[in-house]
Design a protein around this ligand. Structure first.
Ligand code: P6P
Length: 337
């Protein structure tokens, strides 16, 4: 029987061999993984667990909260607040930052998460996921404030997601490539299933919500029109389209077989840079995609170079196979010049 390497063993061996996973960061990752296992149990109950449907409240984004959004948020807070590895947390489901209560030891890391991304898919049994991003508290900072979180994505110490689909899979980077761990339900632990994840530089598959096409700016329309023109068009090849409306599921497909994911700016709300959030959706996914040899921009510049000005800041997202992201970004920059 194949002896699988557990997440804990992998992290300890990485720390032993490369030393780039400090003890506190390893503990943080393991706690987040345990929290994701608990979230998976609630998600998998579905209609059997009184976890479906809305909670009758709205989050800071003005979005209707699903019961599972709140459950997942509470699981992550409770799992992470006592361990001594964190100074504070931030979540899509909470307006302000969550300071680790004084009764617990304070750590040097900041944890941000979208506790359950894609929650519009919960009630229709389509894959959803937890996205997380880890920063270090600025050196010498006294206490913790929201400003301490406003660091560019290039400062992330770790990032990952857990996709709750046919398999429950944790995908992780600490800046040394991307690794996937699948939940072994018999053992109750995440086990290593894919190392050195690599995104092909070219693809024939794009992911975008086509119903918004009339609202996009010209460079995005140009790129999609060229894809739709297929073999007879300027690209000289046919393209396929996917849109799961669950970023975790779409990004997981791209990490697994390539592709390009776009959620661009559109003119319906011109003052909004995009729909997706920079700190706990775009930045962690950009870190993972770049670590897997892909690229991630806001159609104009590298997402991980952006300096946030607010916790729930939104951003346009173009990420995935490097050559397609570069082409889309070039179309936007050409249009501006
Ligand atoms: P639309 C889910 O609500 C989400 O934040 C991402 O996971 C997903 O990619 C996107 O929004 C889907 O948006 O407008 O297609 O429903």
């Amino acid at each position: 029987m194949t002896r699988r390497v557990s997440l804990t063993q992998y992290l300890i061996e990485q720390q032993r061999q490369h030393g780039h996973i400090p003890q506190e960061l390893r503990l943080l990752i393991e706690v987040v993984a345990r929290a994701c296992k608990r979230i998976a149990i609630s998600v998998n109950k579905g209609a059997l667990g009184d976890v479906l449907g809305t909670a009758g409240s709205e989050n800071v984004q003005g979005e209707v909260q699903k019961k599972l959004d709140i459950i997942a948020n509470e699981v992550l807070i409770e799992a992470n607040e006592w361990g001594g590895h964190l100074a504070a947390m931030a979540s899509e489901e909470m307006e302000g930052i969550y300071l680790v209560p004084n009764r617990f030891p304070q750590g040097e890391y900041l944890l941000m998460f979208d506790p359950l991304d894609g929650s519009s898919n919960i009630d229709v049994n389509v894959s959803i996921g937890t996205i997380f991003s880890v920063l270090k508290k600025p050196e010498g900072a006294k206490g913790v404030s929201e400003d301490d979180f406003l660091q560019p994505g290039s400062q992330q110490a770790a990032a990952g997601y857990c996709v709750y689909g046919p398999q429950t899979t944790l995908v992780l980077t600490v800046g040394d490539g991307v690794t996937m761990f699948t939940l072994d339900r018999e053992q109750g632990s995440f086990v290593l299933t894919t190392e050195s994840v690599s995104i092909p530089e070219d693809t024939k598959e794009f992911a975008i919500n086509m119903s918004n096409m009339r609202h996009w700016d010209e460079p995005m329309k140009r790129y999609i029109d060229e894809c739709l023109a297929g073999k007879e068009g300027p690209r000289g090849k046919d393209f396929n389209m996917r849109w799961i409306a669950s970023m975790v599921a779409d990004v997981h497909r791209i990490l697994t077989r390539g592709g390009v994911f776009m959620y661009p700016w559109d003119k319906r709300e011109p003052n909004k840079a995009g729909k997706l959030r920079l700190m706990y959706e775009a930045n962690p996914m950009a870190f993972l995609v770049e670590q897997a040899g892909g690229a991630a921009t806001n159609a104009h510049q590298r997402i991980m170079d952006l300096t946030p000005t607010q916790l729930h800041e939104r951003v346009s997202v173009v990420l995935g196979s490097k050559n397609e992201v570069e082409r889309i970004t070039a179309y936007h920059l050409d249009a501006k010049s």
